[in-house]
Design a binder for this molecule. Structure first.
Ligand SMILES: O=c1[nH]cnc2c1ncn2[C@@H]1O[C@H](COP(=O)(O)OP(=O)(O)O)[C@@H](O)[C@H]1O
Length: 237
């Protein structure tokens, strides 16, 4: 969904344009531009307490995960169960969202986790120490804070099941998914294939950074998986 709406409409087939006229296509809101995929080089790492800038959006997202050394197909170590989701716009992303004016980042993120995942906030809450990385994207004018919440595997499975009953399930969130973290025999299926999906904003680099920082996947495997992808140039960070 890059560029302005008018340009997009010009490139659509007559059939799809027709659909758009009865409101089945179009900008949902003025912030939609910020969801476009952005390559790593468009994101500058910034401190967590970076001040807000005029005209910028503030967003916070979270990777909920559990370490899991079980073996799948008698062959591949799962390493971890990591939750992402299919968004309403067809991009893959993490649960989270925009911080409303006057809201603090962490309470806003926990609010979004409840809305999108039905997360039981009496038991699980993201805290300041779960922070992984923050980026500024000057092109999309958005500052994105990212967190990773580690739970036990039993808790993860409970969270995953409960997420089907979230307020946003079937609306903003079309499906909760786990990331395949193994590379299969052909060197492409599994994690590299997953990385060839389309990701919202900088979700792909947030995933890679978190896997590295939380010691879920060694850097050598991440780099080999990136080298095996077909769509993307390997990321530098
Ligand atoms: O998983 C993600 N990682 C990083 N940034 C994301 C992710 N999902 C969305 N974003 C960015 O944050 C912005 C707001 O996110 P989201 O669309 O989840 O908020 P909303 O549900 O409050 O509208 C998006 O426009 C995009 O720039």
């Amino acid at each position: 969904m890059a560029g302005d709406g008018a340009t997009q409409v010009e490139h659509m087939s007559e059939e799809v344009k027709g659909e758009s006229q009865d409101n089945t296509w179009g900008w949902l809101e003025s912030t939609a531009h910020a969801a476009d995929f952005c390559p790593t080089e468009d994101h500058a790492v910034v401190p967590h307490d970076t001040p807000m800038k005029e005209g910028y959006l503030l967003a916070a997202h979270c990777m909920i995960y559990a370490l899991d050394d079980s073996v799948v197909f008698n062959l591949y170590c799962r390493r971890a169960a990591v939750l992402m989701h299919m968004r309403f716009d067809g991009y893959l992303g993490f649960p989270g969202g925009l911080v409303d004016t006057g809201e603090e980042i962490i309470p806003a993120l926990n609010r979004e986790l409840h809305e999108e995942m039905n997360l039981d906030l009496t038991r699980f809450q993201v805290k300041h120490e779960d922070h992984v990385i923050s980026h500024e994207n000057a092109k999309n004018r958005v500052i994105c804070h990212f967190y990773a919440l580690c739970v036990s595997l039993a808790e993860f499975e409970e969270i995953e099941r409960a997420a089907l009953a979230s307020k946003e399930h079937g609306h903003e969130v079309l499906g909760h998914i786990r990331v395949p973290l193994y590379v299969m025999g052909d060197g492409y299926r599994g994690f590299p294939t997953f990385l060839d999906n389309n990701f919202c904003g900088n979700a792909r680099s947030q995933l890679l950074t978190s896997l590295k920082q939380r010691n879920i996947l060694p850097e050598s495997i991440i780099n080999a998986a990136l080298a095996a992808t077909k769509k993307y140039v390997p990321a530098s960070s």
